[in-house]
Design a binder for this molecule. Structure first.
Ligand code: ADP
Ligand code: MG
Ligand code: ZN
Length: 470
């Protein structure tokens, strides 16, 4: 019997990085006090009229073009009617029959995920539940979103993970969104079904309330197992909308799926059709710039980086920009890449500093790397003084003040090496008995004793020599 195959289509909502909302001039901010960013238009007062935000159209068009979509010369806004306390108008303005763009694709590895449509819509407000009551916050009502819907071309939780990760990287690169899932700037709703290959597609179930990419992966995995089990027992899959319960790691039925008729879509009478001219399209093309895949390839070749290093650097635009700035000065791409990826990222990580807040300027870092390259300081010292150059202090000055120049004199080092071997007779004994891993321990101790200044190559040589004579 043929094995079951999972089929997944992804609906993704992305909050666009505009100053103001989609149909009014209320600011878009996430930190403000509840209900302070509201006007009669986004609060849905009768008699008000929406005015389309051109910046949102630009960002949505850039998204569509980047995904290789055909942008429609004319698209239409529709009303999607439903009642919910976070939707004071009683309808959401979205695009339905005539979306902004269609038929794109995103390539992940060797797989082609087709994009069915990309359209603009407004966000709803937010409900805030406390123990005994619920509040409504309309700050988010009317914030511009772009919805990106795939064809059912994804076939595993892992592939879903790759799709979202890659799309998020692109959205950040072209600057249309910060796409932070924790802040709700990126929301994913996978539709999951299973079938046997060659047979028609199975009934799909949509999962909501997934708040991280990991949760999307877990939710899909759980749902695939559920559906296969159910079919194996002869029970058909029911078409419902599901909620992910992160505490119990299970999906729960939220509601029987409403059909499209339930929303009674009709064209928005208060907005004219959205017409996109060729010159507008061209302008948006020119704003897109280098995309992650292109940049990865270019940087790998231009700087002779390993695939892995290129991948990590390019995964964050800021990091790639920073690397290019530093390497322009140090003129040593491998050393620079290695130092940034291992030492600098390690330093930021240990101190819970985000890359956006990296306190070391590219000029300071390049001076530091140059000192290392010229042999003035060791890599250990370079790493250790990172916290001392966060305010733009000159690395050379710090090195001089603290006397951290590389120690090259053999005599001085020999004394220290002997001192360490005298200090740890037991370890020396075990080393001689065959515990060769202790060699690293001795090197570490000598480095510590010299505050990282000793040339590690010479330390290694001296240690080997001494130990062989014991
Ligand atoms: P709705 O609003 O009803 O959820 P959408 O058109 O917004 O419909 O989204 C449909 C999503 O479901 C698309 O991503 C599509 O690829 C996906 N899909 C359609 N049929 C299946 C199926 N049998 N299994 C999995 N996903 C499916
Ligand atoms: Mg849906
Ligand atoms: Zn408003």
């Amino acid at each position: 019997m043929q094995e079951y195959e999972a089929v997944i289509g992804m609906e993704l909502h992305v909050q666009l990085k505009t100053m103001t909302k989609l149909f009014c001039s209320c600011p878009v901010e996430s930190e403000s006090e509840a209900n302070t960013l509201v006007c009669p238009i986004c609060a849905g007062f009768p008699g008000t009229l929406p005015v389309l935000n051109e910046e949102a159209v630009k960002l949505a068009v850039r998204t569509a073009l980047t995904l290789g979509c055909k942008v429609n010369k004319m698209s239409v806004f529709s009303r999607k009617n439903y009642f919910y306390p976070d939707l004071p108008k009683g309808y959401q303005i979205t695009q339905y029959e005539h979306p902004l763009a269609e038929e794109g694709k995103l390539i992940i590895g060797n797989r082609n995920i087709r994009i069915r449509r990309v359209h603009l819509e407004e966000d709803s407000g937010k409900l805030i539940h406390t123990e005994d009551t619920t509040f409504v916050d309309l700050n988010r009502a009317g914030v511009p979103l772009v919805e990106i819907v795939t064809e059912p071309d994804i076939h595993s939780p892992k592939e879903a993970y790759s799709y979202i990760t890659k799309l998020r990287e692109i959205l950040r690169y072209i600057g249309v969104s910060n796409a932070d899932m924790e802040k709700g700037e990126l929301r994913c709703e996978p539709n999951v079904s299973v079938h046997r290959k060659g047979e028609p597609l199975g009934t799909r179930r949509e999962i909501k309330n997934l708040n991280s990419i990991r949760q999307v992966e877990d939710g899909i995995k759980y749902e695939i197992e559920q559906q296969i089990n159910s079919l194996k027992k002869g029970r058909p899959v029911e078409r419902v909308t599901l909620l992910w319960d992160e505490k119990q790691k299970v999906t729960k039925v939220m509601r029987k799926k409403e059909t499209e008729e339930d929303y009674r879509y009709f064209d928005e009478p208060d907005l004219p059709p959205l017409c996109i001219s060729d010159s507008f399209l061209k302008e948006q093309w020119n704003c897109i710039g280098e995309l992650p895949d292109e940049r990865r390839e270019r940087m790998r070749k231009q700087y002779r980086l390993t695939q892995n290093d290129a991948d990590t650097l390019v995964s964050r635009k800021l990091l790639a920009d920073y690397f290019e700035d530093v390497t322009k000065i140090t003129k040593d791409t491998r050393l620079t890449a290695g130092f940034i990826l291992v030492e600098l990222l390690g330093f930021l990580n240990e101190n819970s500093i985000r890359i956006e807040d990296n306190p070391i300027s590219h000029t300071s870092l390049s001076e530091l790397i140059s000192l290392m390259k010229k042999g003035v300081i060791t890599r250990t010292v370079a790493r250790n003084i990172l916290p001392k150059i966060i305010k733009g202090q000159s690395p050379m000055k710090v090195v001089k003040q603290l006397g951290l120049e590389k120690m090259e004199e053999k005599e001085e080092m020999e004394k220290i090496v002997q001192g360490i071997l005298n200090k740890y007779p037991d370890e020396v004994k075990r080393y001689k008995e065959g515990k060769s891993g202790l060699f690293g321990f001795f090197v570490g101790e000598v480095m510590k004793a010299t505050r990282g200044k000793a040339n590690p190559n010479i330390v290694g040589e001296l240690l080997k020599e001494r130990l062989s004579k014991i």
